[in-house]
Design a protein around this ligand. Structure first.
Ligand SMILES: Cc1cc2nc3c(=O)[nH]c(=O)nc-3n(C[C@H](O)[C@H](O)[C@H](O)COP(=O)(O)O)c2cc1C
Length: 245
């Protein structure tokens, strides 16, 4: 107990609390307005199919059946299945001025994260690492090729990652949230991504696919693979998906 109170986690939680009578500690100084979306303009693009949202799914059944599934088969996903998973994660469902509102809530509608996808096996999509362009519902190819071994090794060798047909990797865009919520932003980024991941798991359940959240990985190895700096943008969370074995 005494040790907990001397640790980083304790200090963080205590020092980012809001109190009615005083402002929270803030040593950040001014933060220039960060970009709201990341785009890789020079990347080759893969347009995703329009997700067919007319197929009914029973929400109560999906909630009851959702499970973290670690045994997926070697079968590829269809382009439609990938499109539905990504739409569930970050589909744009309304516009409010400059805000693109999505399937998942986000503190201040800032969406302080970027979606990357490692495609191992998806029909019609070359194997490789992609960035998801939310506004255009398209994939931007960062590196074509087989990165299964690197992503699995970076995920502590977890077989669930090796077996996945796709891995969605989320980075936090720290300043996009800190510009408004200052040090407290770290709490909100984690909450935001929890919502997004749950959407993906429910969509996977509705599609009869297996999915598993992944929080255990060597951060530096994944950041390097995505080509992000690990400071202002850093990997926070992942989810695997594949056909059930
Ligand atoms: C933040 C977070 C991180 C997780 N990381 C991993 C992981 O690295 N590997 C894994 O196999 N499961 C991981 N899981 C899945 C949990 O083990 C799983 O949710 C838990 O055992 C409950 O099972 P259920 O999801 O099937 O209900 C993670 C779940 C969460 C919410």
């Amino acid at each position: 107990m005494a040790k907990y109170k001397k640790g980083l986690a304790f200090r963080y939680v205590q020092e980012t609390k809001y109190y009615r009578e005083r402002s929270p500690r803030d040593d950040l100084g001014s933060i220039p307005s960060p970009e709201r979306f990341k785009t890789y303009r020079d990347a080759e693009r893969v347009q995703l199919p329009q997700p067919d949202l007319t197929e009914p799914a029973n929400l109560w059944e999906c909630l009851a059946k959702r499970r973290s599934e670690r045994n997926t088969s070697q079968d590829p996903l269809s382009g439609q299945e990938l499109a539905k998973l990504l739409w569930a994660a970050q589909g744009v469902t309304a516009r409010a001025g400059m805000y693109l509102l999505r399937t998942a809530p986000s503190a201040g509608a800032l969406y302080p994260f970027e979606n990357y996808i490692y495609v191992d096996r998806v029909e019609g999509v070359p194997q490789g690492i992609y960035h998801f362009d939310v506004a255009e519902f398209a994939l931007e190819c960062l590196q074509e090729g087989n990165f299964n071994q690197q992503i699995t090794a970076a995920s502590l060798g977890q077989p669930v990652v090796r077996k996945a047909a796709v891995v969605i990797i989320w980075t936090a865009m720290m300043l996009r949230c800190m510009v408004k919520y200052r040090e407290r932003a770290v709490r909100y980024i984690a909450m935001d991504l929890g919502h997004v991941c749950q959407n993906v798991q429910l969509a996977a359940t509705a599609l009869g696919l297996g999915s598993c959240p992944i929080g255990a990985f060597y951060d530096n190895e994944l950041n390097e693979l995505l080509g992000v700096d690990g400071e202002e943008e850093t990997v926070i969370y992942m989810v695997t998906a594949g056909k059930l074995g």
